[in-house]
Design a binder for this molecule. Sequence first.
Ligand SMILES: Cc1cc2nc3c(=O)[nH]c(=O)nc-3n(C[C@H](O)[C@H](O)[C@H](O)COP(=O)(O)OP(=O)(O)OC[C@H]3O[C@@H](n4cnc5c(N)ncnc54)[C@H](O)[C@@H]3O)c2cc1C
Length: 468
Amino acid sequence: MPTQTTQRRTLAWFRDDLRTDDHRALHAAIDRGTAGFTAIFVATRDQWRRQHWGANRIAMVEGAVHDLKRRIEDCGGHLHVFEADADLPSLMRTLVEHWSIDEIHANREFGIYEDERDRSVESAITSVNATLVLHEDQTILPVREIRSGSGTPYTVFTPFKKTWLKRLAESSVDPRPCPRILAPLTLPPPLEQAVDPEDWPLEAGVTGLFPPGEETARSRVAAFLEEGLTHYDQKRDLPAIDGTSTLSPWLACGSISPRRILRDLRDRLGDDPASWSTGPSVWLSELVWREFYRHVMDGIPRLSMDRPLHGWTDGVVWRDAPDDLEAWRTGRTGVALVDAGMRQLAETGWMHNRVRMVVATFLTKHLLIDWRLGERFFMESLVDADFCSNNGGWQWAASTGTDAAPYFRVFNPDTQRDRFDQDSVYVGRWAPDHRSALPPSPIVDLKAARIRAIEAFKTAKQHASPVT
Ligand SMILES: Cc1cc2nc3c(=O)[nH]c(=O)nc-3n(C[C@H](O)[C@H](O)[C@H](O)COP(=O)(O)OP(=O)(O)OC[C@H]3O[C@@H](n4cnc5c(N)ncnc54)[C@H](O)[C@@H]3O)c2cc1C
């Protein structure tokens, strides 16, 4: 008796994963869509606003959607683009009905609001006999499965990384290029929410510095591995030089897969990270930090809801100081490295990691302003705004999160400047007024502010109930 292959029509739904290479949902949808395949992207602008995405992040996404549309056409298919928000579940149901879709494939995102959105889409399409299939794609390893000996998620990086490396040695994580689309669906989109991304009034972002798309991401990786990787460990903390990859804007919108990056590393250095030299090993650790913050966000859902990892820090009495907050936002604090960093952010949409730690510590400790206000401002400003890494970075700096050091370790921004910008090249570039004969005066006394912060944290800890 001849075997009958099941004939299915599938849809790939793109979100924060705007590429064709090594894309698990796309590839599964193409493989399984034997009777038809198509792809969609839905611009959910209200949701973007709720997530505090600013012009830079949106411009990066819109540019990446243009690029993606061309690439899917090169593979033989078509990307339909829509605008929707509260009506997203009904849009998906209409598409399923109109195109007779059996399965929608998407990559899972981290955060409870993303989960809720997916559940409501799932329930809308189940009622018309379609299935939503979610794939683990954002990370090299499925971070949901990594657990401590007691079965709980890790909240400290070092043991997480140890387990992660062990899992890596046991796993096959090779990337896969985009397969050819053999059964493209040619039906037009049925709805008025369909838009042509060419008509988008491109947000006034800074994407000139970060040209969106897969090609740029791949060539950035190649250039960094060639020129930056070997001495990464020595250069990564010096904000005045190009000592890091600046790949974060492309990783944030999914223009490149982390498994592709790992493959490129392994092709150069061999499969076993234990045999790599310090530069590449330290860079791999940074990619593992990205995975760690996704693991923590996934394992501890309250982090999605503006809550700290350490409950007792909810008791810290933050200052309501709008003028100080504004001075920080605009780079007018009178503290050289902080002002330079905030002005680099305003001008480029990006900031060096060392300086991100310094400005975040300054806001949350020296100014004693709630970390959530800093987190939000970064989301609004960064071209690489990424909910998990940003929340993780802010909570780390504010001592409300995963930093293993106690709250009374407070970076001094002047000492940090002496260590990492000795010749004031970075400060001179972004905040030249600090190198003038009459530099601005700091809005706080660093020593007194440090003591004030430590007292505020100490008091919160003393008054906390033992379970927090
Ligand atoms: C307060 C604060 C907020 C941050 N907000 C974001 C954010 O919104 N988006 C974002 O991508 N990163 C964020 N980071 C992490 C880090 O600063 C950036 O990822 C890094 O500066 C990007 O530069 P790069 O691509 O040259 O990194 P490289 O040093 O070349 O590292 C390679 C990649 O590893 C990942 N990575 C590196 N460092 C970290 C880290 N500490 N945490 C998580 N991932 C890391 C990034 O994806 C990065 O592109 C934040 C850090 C802090 C302290």
